[in-house]
Design a protein around this ligand. Structure first.
Ligand SMILES: Nc1ncnc2c1ncn2[C@@H]1O[C@H](COP(=O)(O)OP(=O)(O)OP(=O)(O)O)[C@@H](O)[C@H]1O
Length: 212
């Protein structure tokens, strides 16, 4: 369970999260929406322990994502809005993920194949030299192979072509059981069939929260 309690996060005098309280439970597939600058990514990053809040706190299965960062990140699959500038080639990246997060290499290969990413042809290529869509396919393949109970996606389809988007949503549907899936999106039409809860944020607050 993810529990956010009275969370306020300011950057200088700007309030990005304004006393936000919300819970996410297993079997919830959540679309987190709202205009640019509403605070969605700040909320996600706070859940992942990237930010020290000005007040309030976050708990993930009873753990503090700042104090127990490694244990918390081990429980979560996360695909960010902008892929990180990883210099490792894909082979090294897979080996690193396999060793650090105990993710099965064959499963990464399987999901990469399902996302139509030709992993074998690109194994010696640096991650940062892949196209934007290829990077997202790789991160999605890793996120699905990790088999986490908490999956957080921050606009993961931004660079994907329509075929890759369809592949991604098909794989997500296969993967739905007993999870929390938190999905930041501007395209409700794309995720409508997958989500069962829709949350809107604006000006650092939750302005609506509906079970659908
Ligand atoms: N690291 C930071 N330093 C300063 N201000 C920040 C930082 N991160 C976010 N902000 C500010 O916090 C506010 C919320 O930003 P956030 O990225 O959470 O919005 P968002 O809802 O994810 O927007 P988008 O839909 O554009 O991705 C914005 O005004 C942004 O400028």
């Amino acid at each position: 369970m993810i529990k956010v309690s009275n969370l306020t996060k300011k950057f200088a005098s700007h309030i990005s999260l304004d006393d936000v309280s919300i819970e996410f439970n297993k079997n919830e597939y959540i679309a987190l929406m709202g205009p640019n600058g509403a605070g969605k990514t700040t909320l996600i990053r706070s859940i992942l322990g990237y930010y020290h809040p000005n007040s309030g706190n976050v708990s993930i299965n009873g753990m503090d994502p700042i104090k127990q960062r490694i244990e918390v990140l081990d429980k979560i699959s996360f695909v960010p809005q902008l892929p990180p500038p990883i210099k490792l080639n894909l082979n090294e990246l897979i080996q690193y993920i396999e060793a650090s997060s105990n993710v099965d290499k064959e499963l990464i290969m399987h999901y990469a194949n399902e996302m139509k990413l030709d992993l074998k042809a690109n194994l010696n290529k640096s991650f940062f030299k892949l196209s934007g869509g290829m990077k997202q396919k790789m991160l999605i393949a890793i996120s699905l192979a990790k088999k986490s109970n908490i999956i957080i996606y921050d606009e993961p389809t931004a660079n994907l072509d329509p075929v890759a988007r369809d592949d991604f949503y098909r794989l997500l549907k296969q993967n739905e059981d007993e999870k929390i899936l938190l999905f930041v999106t501007h395209r409700l039409d794309e995720v409508k069939e997958i989500v069962n809860r829709q949350i809107y944020m604006d000006l650092g607050k939750i302005v609506s929260d509906e079970i659908v």
